[in-house]
Design a protein around this ligand. Sequence first.
Ligand code: SAH
Ligand code: SF4
Ligand code: F3S
Length: 448
Amino acid sequence: MKYVYIETMGCQMNKSDTERMLGILSHFGYEETHEPQNADLLMVNTCSIRQLSEDKAFSQLGVWGKWKQTKPELKIGITGCVAQQKANKVFSRAPYVDFVLGTHKVYALPDVIKRINNGERVCECEETNLPSQNEKGYPINRVKSTNAWINITEGCNNFCTYCIVPYTRGRERSRLPEVIIKEAKDALNAGFKEITLLGQNVDSYGKDFPAKQPSRPELANYRLAQLLRELNALEGNFRIRFVTSYPTDITDELIETAVELDKVCEYFHIPMQSGSSEVLKAMNRRYDRETYAKIVEKVRKMVPDVTITSDFIAGFPGETEEQFEETLTAIDEFELDYCNVAAYSPREKTVAAKWVDKFIPEDVKDERFQRLNKKVQENCLKSNQKYVGREMEVLVESYYERKGKLINTGKTRNFKTVHIPYDKDLTGEFVKVKITGAKTWYLVGEIA
Ligand code: SAH
Ligand code: SF4
Ligand code: F3S
């Protein structure tokens, strides 16, 4: 038996890739360990969305590189977005690395492991124009016992001027419906209670079928709404979510389908990025403030109790104080329930990284980032307070002890976290909960 430790950084895409890689490795006799010191194989699954994330990846490799001096048989690999972006340049910066595996090559892992165990040094980073299909049917070692994440698209075609993802994940590729449905069925049979469909832009699911699947004319108009219908029809009591939605790609059909299907939850993640129409234009987002407002208004009107979350960037090149304030007012005006916020970080290859003369000084960027965070917190609390006194259905995801109290934690259909003090483990159960209190990041409730 050999042991593998994977340090996962970045978004849900990476977490989902880690689950696949652990599944593949378990098939080849590697057991996961949570103690890196005990591992025979150390892997860092990296993110390069900001410079800081990239730096974190190399400092992790640096630590492990030192371990190798006293344990030469140790194998070290780098995967994910930094791997894809740097490819064999990793070896000159971190010579103790045994393999670099790009984001398109998760299923090349068995071959890579064989080769490094024969003493080779391997870089597998070619891009492909097909999505990963798991043709050999390797297991997927999911981290959570209740929630299964399933990729439906990989890559992105949008080329927002700040974003490295189209370079690290390649062009958009939709996985075939039957492959997704099989993964969902397997997860449900294994007892999972929630399926989250993942993609950089889930609403463009299927748009590449006519070109890539010419022998499958029935897929020509197959889109997210159809996929949701097929998944909703699967047997059992479970929930369906999908992230991320690009604002202008959310169709009326999708919203209507989401409302009509009982298993699809009242939750939309619709990143706005900036509240200023001028900044949005410079970001190459294909909407302005008014268009975003209309979309959010429509979703709110059509989907009762919907939670809408978003992402924003502070200090994009050229952003004025007034334009930044438009972001603060957007969060209020659109009553966004929660937002991920980040300070702009210039990324290699991207268009905005060349606008050096428009870069915002670090201290100004940081100050805007802090104000943005404060606004998000205030609104989050306000949004949570709306639910005090209500009865909601919670899917319990974990059970633990905190300050001497036993607590079940889970999510409502509309993605609110609820803490339920209760001395019995209800993980995996749907429970009716009366909401008794609201904090910034979660609700408190008691079993109804
Ligand atoms: N596909 C999603 C976003 C994926 S990246 C969308 O279109 O919204 C996740 C988030 O990282 C983005 O929403 C953005 O807010 C942030 N981000 C991306 N590039 C960034 C950069 N260069 N600097 C700071 N934040 C960035
Ligand atoms: Fe990046 Fe824009 Fe694609 Fe989202 S839509 S992944 S922000 S390029
Ligand atoms: Fe995700 Fe980071 Fe890559 S956000 S897609 S892991 S660059």
